[in-house]
Design a protein around this ligand. Structure first.
Ligand code: KIV
Length: 310
């Protein structure tokens, strides 16, 4: 397996001291007059989170959070709140486009959302999901799709669903310089094969899940999402992998946790899975705001002189 350290340019056992995650040097490019040095009294420019930092956090036992983001305001807020990784998930199918499943969303529908999130953030690493049907054919198709997300969307990494069957795709992307997060356990793009939203990895299938996680690490994935996996299995995977695990319904022992933001913030007022914790009630707040606006317009209360021009 390519260890995080060797991918970092420091092969294990090398005499060269390993650079720490904070050691990134100033980019040697754009060093002409178009990129002047910041004035001495200016705050240092904010730097993007990089994958070696996520690996260093695992080594230090520091947990981190990831949220989905699909639009400018949410992305800006999450970035300012210090969420280090934002996922432009194919869950935009449900949460933006109103589809019943993640299957229908296309690359052309997801790309503008990736662009919006990248443009609206300064610090977060932005991850683009590869939609169903855009990478399953083989490594060449995966490379073509992922290249679009990196080049046209400005993404910093991509995510794909599946285990060892997708190791060739992962190797092709990583070989081309595209970081890959794998997604195991319940994989929504396969919900028709799985037979609905079901916990994965119980009983004997736990061993298969662990083998898949190791295969994706071996193929070069920089992290693995574990969705709806028993907590004890997720704990084992986390202990066996050198790369971070990102849990969603996978218990407390993963290195990181991810939630869909509309679930976490209560904008989605419908039923949510058991693993979702609501940290706000944005759905109710928005409902009440819309009701108040409607009634003030009907009653002639809005706009008042304060909100009008003379
Ligand atoms: O698309 C998505 O939102 C995801 C997360 C649930 C991990 O894949």
């Amino acid at each position: 397996m390519t260890s995080p350290a060797s991918r970092d340019g420091n092969a294990e056992g090398s005499a060269t001291p390993r650079r720490s995650a904070g050691d990134e040097v100033t980019a040697p490019y754009r060093s002409g007059p178009s990129a002047p040095e910041p004035a001495a009294n200016q705050p240092a420019p904010v730097k993007r989170i990089r994958i070696p930092q996520l690996h260093a956090m695992k080594e230090r036992g520091e947990r981190w959070a990831m949220l989905t983001a699909y639009d400018t305001y949410a992305a800006e807020i999450f970035d300012e709140a210090g969420i280090p990784v934002l996922l432009v998930g194919d869950s935009a199918a449900n949460n933006v486009y109103g589809y019943d499943t993640t299957l229908p969303i296309t690359v052309d529908e997801l790309l503008p959302l990736v662009r919006a999130v990248v443009r609206s953030t300064r610090r977060a690493l932005v991850l683009a999901d590869l939609p169903f049907g855009s990478y399953q054919v083989g490594p060449a198709q995966a490379l073509e799709t992922a290249t679009r997300f990196m080049k046209e969307g400005g993404a910093h990494a991509v995510k794909l669903e599946g285990g060892r069957r997708f190791a060739p795709q992962t190797e092709a992307l990583v070989g081309a310089g595209i970081p890959v997060m794998a997604h195991l356990g319940f994989t929504p793009q396969s919900e028709h094969t799985i037979g609905g939203y079901r916990v994965q990895g119980r009983g004997d299938t736990g061993e298969t899940l662990i083998a898949d996680a190791l295969a994706m690490q071996e193929a070069g994935a920089f992290a693995v999402v574990l969705e709806m996996v028993p907590a004890d299995v997720a704990k084992r995977v986390t202990a066996e992998l050198a790369i971070p695990t990102v849990g969603i319904g996978a218990g407390p022992d993963c290195d990181a946790q991810v939630l869909v933001w509309q679930d976490m913030a209560g904008l989605n007022r419908g039923r949510t899975p058991r693993f979702v914790k609501r940290y706000a009630d944005l759905g109710d707040a928005l409902f009440n705001a819309a009701r108040a606006f409607g009634s003030e317009v009907r009653d002639g209360v809005y706009p008042d002189p304060e909100h009008s021009y003379s």
